[in-house]
Design a protein around this ligand. Structure first.
Ligand SMILES: Cc1cc2nc3c(=O)[nH]c(=O)nc-3n(C[C@H](O)[C@H](O)[C@H](O)COP(=O)(O)OP(=O)(O)OC[C@H]3O[C@@H](n4cnc5c(N)ncnc54)[C@H](O)[C@@H]3O)c2cc1C
Length: 442
């Protein structure tokens, strides 16, 4: 048995896993390939890099990911500590300044006395130690080969996309305006209103714009392409129908331009990217268009005529395991229980979901290292429901899944007061259990 627990990958899941183990007195070796090597979507040396949106989604416990956040927060999650410390205003969503978020996590990990950080690409795991593999949806090719061929996991691919970011100073505020839907909370978003004529022109340009080439994918991978609904490129969504965007990211409902007192035909919203408010991302504009096409087509959005694009949208391969039957509900590999997987590659989908699986995998690996009993989170909690989904799957082909109330154990009783009252009851039940688990795992 090695005298350290190894965690591969310092993303959202790997950092949470390493932190949870280290906090329980386990010596941890955290191996991250940055800055020696970068995936196509990672660009900065810091840990827990948010590669696309800076939103960690809803903050309410009547929302599934909001409940997951509260569970993690109560259990002492590092990712949640960092999120609250780097929060930027975004209505009822928890959005963060991605640089501050990453710095907070990197500093905490690097200064933890039980964590040794190694900059190196991992291409295999030791036979005689406990390892958590959290190399993410863009796991390097050599490691992906090892996972598939030597660990016998098989692999699936699909595509994921990121939205562009523009310089706030380049947005024409004579046309655009600050506001939030139904005036809820602060006026945190910049809104770019379109009349019907402008929408028509934009729509026609978008559905006919040129996409970037898919260089890195062979025919077989391309056949397997699935576009995950939560991160669907805006041009693909537009091709589904003329009004699809107007019922999706360009929904005008509840957005009244106070200067005119009118609701526009369609509205593009931009969300703060950093605390200073110098950068904004185009909400829902994940895209695979070629960069010059992004400048041309998104430049047709009223207010963005002269927008300076600080980062263009991108689209990448996403790798995940066919986890049901391969992984247990503690994220251990059934065929090699000393190996754990965590993060997006297990089939959870999203930043917080990745951190959540990192929490459970890191805690489980630490308990195994310390010779403690296995702890399976009950499926009445969102953490347990996700682990249950990953280890068992759902109906049909296994696809990555966000936290949602459909996977949590039903209440088993009727609740008066509609959906929100039901979610409140589910959340109360979960948090009560989380509080008792907290006492067991200190
Ligand atoms: C392009 C893209 C956009 C996305 N956008 C969103 C979004 O907007 N919202 C959302 O909720 N989710 C999004 N996701 C999904 C997912 O939530 C994130 O990818 C999340 O970061 C996954 O966390 P993770 O810890 O599993 O992996 P990551 O955060 O990617 O961390 C993996 C780490 O492992 C390192 N690594 C890789 N291979 C090796 C190796 N062989 N050896 C050592 N280190 C290695 C990487 O450098 C990286 O630091 C997106 C995913 C992609 C690919």
């Amino acid at each position: 048995m090695k005298e350290k627990l190894t965690v591969c990958g310092a993303g959202l899941a790997g950092c949470e896993a390493a932190w949870q183990a280290a906090e329980r007195g386990v010596p941890v070796r955290l191996i991250e390939m940055k800055p020696n090597k970068y995936t196509p979507a990672h660009h900065v040396p810091g840990f827990a890099e948010l590669v696309c949106s800076n939103s960690l989604r809803s903050d309410r416990t009547t929302n599934a990911v909001g409940l997951l956040k509260e569970e993690l927060h109560r259990l002492g999650s590092l990712i949640m500590q960092a999120a609250y410390a780097s929060r930027v205003p975004a209505g009822s969503a928890l959005a963060v300044d991605r640089v501050e978020f990453s710095n907070y996590i990197t500093d905490h990990i690097k200064s933890h006395p039980n964590i040794e950080v190694i900059s190196q690409e991992v291409t295999s795991v030791d036979d005689d130690g406990i390892t958590v593999i959290a190399t993410g949806p863009l796991t390097s090719d050599a490691m992906a080969d090892y996972i598939r061929d030597t660990l016998g996991c098989g692999g699936l691919h699909f595509f994921d996309a990121a939205a562009p970011i523009v310089d706030a100073a380049s947005i024409n505020m004579d046309v655009a305006y600050f506001g939030s839907r139904y005036d809820k909370g602060d006026a945190d978003y910049i809104n770019c209103p379109m009349n019907r004529e402008q929408y028509d022109a934009f729509y026609n340009a978008l559905v006919t714009a040129r996409e970037a080439e898919l260089k890195d994918f062979d025919r077989e991978t391309q056949r397997e392409i699935q576009v995950f609904e939560g991160c669907m490129p805006v041009e693909i969504m537009a091709r589904r129908g003329y009004d699809t965007l107007r019922y999706g990211p360009l929904k005008p409902v509840g957005l009244v331009d106070k200067r005119t007192g009118e609701e526009a035909y369609a509205v593009v919203q931009l969300r703060k990217e950093n605390v200073a408010g110098t950068m904004y991302n185009l909400v829902g504009f994940q895209t695979h268009l070629a960069f010059p096409e992004q400048k041309r087509v998104f430049g047709m959005i009223p207010g963005l005529e002269n927008a300076e694009f600080l980062r263009y949208g991108i689209m990448h391969r996403n790798t995940y395991l066919n986890s049901p039957g391969l992984l247990g509900a503690d994220y251990s590999l059934l065929a090699r229980p000393e190996v754990y997987f965590a993060g997006q590659m297990t089939g959870v989908e999203g930043y917080i979901e990745s951190a959540g699986s990192g929490f459970v995998a890191g805690l489980s690996a630490a308990r195994a290292f310390l010779g403690q009993e296995k702890l399976i989170f009950p499926e009445t909690t969102m953490l347990g429901a996700m682990a249950g989904y990953v280890s068992r799957g759902g109906v049909g082909k296994f696809v990555p899944m966000n936290a949602n109330f459909g996977i949590i154990e039903p209440l088993g009783r009727r609740v008066k007061g509609g959906k929100i009252a039901k979610y409140e009851a589910i959340a109360a039940r979960s948090l009560e259990q989380i509080d008792s688990i907290k006492n067991i795992i200190v």
